[in-house]
Design a binder for this molecule. Structure first.
Ligand SMILES: *Cc1c(COP(=O)(O)O)cnc(C)c1O
Length: 324
């Protein structure tokens, strides 16, 4: 395995906790949670682990400016702004959509953390990021472009070593259930499982990819690239990846009744806070699978919490979560 540059600003290892009240309430299986909502960078989340490798790579290349993009309430954007602030780098964030009249949740934090915001349309996102990068270079800066969700072979390394961490904590659940969108988290876990002897299965609940084949292809391809980047000659195919695309609801960022139910149930049984976009949807999928008897009653299922909790306070969701 190649030794790749990494920074250490995450609060690791994140705790693994049992969820006895929720498990009882549902009549099994045995539920646990990996608290990556507690990774410690500006309210935490899964992007912290990715950014330890991405920002280390940026610094190794002499970057003085991080550029990334994301949806209206992107956690990746907030955490990139936080990492930039901590490392003394500038940060430009490209946002798709219209600026809201009042900022809330992550959009407040992006600005509080000192990032510059550039608004664009959905279609022009990539072009705008490229333009921001070109203009920065022309102005004598050294920009470093981080892809959406931090999901490339560098960012995914964060989850290769997150799996090493879980195994070292002595946990071998039968299942890991995790929200999956740009795929870096699941890809990293998949590589880590192979490298560090994780025996269980990893099920990605798709947040926004309409076809399970597409999710599996994206994750397998990224897992292979990530392993190669680490100097490991491993190949992953779609057959190595488990994904579920039945919980897409109204589409990305649309919180419906299943997400609200999951958010309330986790809060009221375990005081565990989920988010409306990712973990609420993944947990809704988990609840449905449990009710269908997908897991055996004596199995252990670890829900990998990927963060996003500041979005509970976004104007768009807050009223609906508690009822009007
Ligand atoms: C980005 C994000 C995810 C998805 O992770 P990917 O690596 O993009 O699949 C899941 N949960 C939260 C809270 C996120 O912010």
């Amino acid at each position: 395995m190649v030794d790749l540059p990494r920074l250490h600003f995450a609060h690791l290892p994140t705790p693994v906790e049992a969820l006895p009240v929720l498990s009882d309430h549902l009549g099994g299986p045995r539920l646990m949670v990996k608290r990556d909502d507690q990774t410690g960078l500006a309210f935490g989340g899964n992007k912290t682990r990715k950014l330890e490798f991405l920002v280390a790579d940026a610094l190794a290349r002499g970057a003085d400016l991080l550029i990334t993009g994301g949806a209206a309430q992107s956690n990746h954007r907030r955490q990139t702004a936080a990492a930039a602030a901590k490392l003394g780098l500038s940060c430009t964030l490209v946002l798709a959509g219209d600026p809201p009249k009042h900022a809330s949740a992550n959009l407040i934090l992006d600005q509080l953390l000192g990032a510059d915001l550039v608004w664009t349309t959905n279609d022009a996102r990539d072009a705008t990021m490229a333009r921001v990068e070109t203009e920065a270079r022309a102005a004598g800066r050294t920009p470093y472009l981080i892809p959406y969700g931090g999901s490339n072979e560098i960012g995914a390394l964060g989850y290769v070593f997150a799996m090493e961490e879980l195994v070292a904590q002595g946990h071998q659940p039968d299942w890991i259930v995790v929200a999956s969108s740009s795929g870096g988290t699941q890809a990293g876990l998949t590589v880590g499982a192979r490298l560090f002897g994780f025996q269980g299965r990893i099920l990605g609940i798709s947040i926004d990819k309409p076809e399970v084949e597409l999710s599996c292809d994206i994750v397998a391809e990224l897992a292979t690239r990530t392993a190669r980047h680490l100097g490991e000659d491993l190949t992953f195919t779609a057959a190595d990846i488990l994904a579920n695309d039945r919980y897409l609801g109204g589409g990305y960022g649309v919180m419906g009744a299943p997400e609200i139910e999951a958010i309330r149930l986790f809060a009221r049984t375990e005081a565990l806070l989920l988010d409306p976009v990712y973990t609420g949807r993944a947990a809704a999928g988990l609840l449905d699978l449990i009710r269908q008897g997908f897991f055996k009653p004596d199995e252990t299922v670890l829900f990998w919490h990927t963060g996003g909790t500041p979005v509970l306070f976004a104007d768009r969701y807050a009223g609906e979560i508690v009822g009007k």
